[in-house]
Design a protein around this ligand. Structure first.
Ligand SMILES: [Zn+2]
Length: 153
């Protein structure tokens, strides 16, 4: 985890077993069951797991508008998308520096794109579309994690 202190790591909740199957998912995202404002994302980067902690904004976005998750680019009714901030890694993070982004509130983009592609009933090419979306998600996650790691306020 690139932006967590020892204390935060000790307090982190782990996802249920049924959520940890890596099969068919580009990354693992979950909200903390103890403290729902916190969420975590872990993904693979060159055979190494990279993860970070996020904190959700306390105010939900207003009902009735639609919003888009930055990672899976799915437009959804606003309460299903939430503003999250990630503390930056290292000294910048200790000074309170964060990076923000809009994400699916449940951090379950890999499930969502699969549900969405199953809804498109003409399955012609939906597998490759899914794969392309998956690769795009990893790239955007990686870019976001680079912003967390970048030592600029
Ligand atoms: Zn999403």
């Amino acid at each position: 985890m690139i932006n967590m202190s020892e204390t935060e790591l000790a307090a982190m909740s782990f996802p249920g077993l049924h959520e940890t199957l890596w099969d068919e998912r580009e990354f693992l995202g979950w909200r903390d069951v103890q403290n729902y404002l916190f969420g975590y994302i872990v993904f693979w980067l060159d055979d190494k797991a990279r993860g970070f902690m996020l904190r959700a904004a306390e105010n939900q976005m207003p009902v009735g508008i639609s919003a888009m998750c930055v990672i899976c680019r799915t437009a959804q009714p606003a309460p299903q998308v939430s503003l999250f901030v990630a503390a930056k890694a290292g000294k910048a993070g200790q000074r309170g520096s964060t990076v923000g982004t809009y994400l699916c509130a449940d951090l379950a983009c890999p499930n969502l794109i699969r549900m969405a592609s199953h809804r498109r009933s003409d399955s012609n090419g939906s597998l490759t579309l899914e794969a392309a979306q998956g690769r795009g998600m990893i790239t955007r996650l990686q870019n976001f994690s680079e912003r967390v790691l970048a030592d600029i306020a």
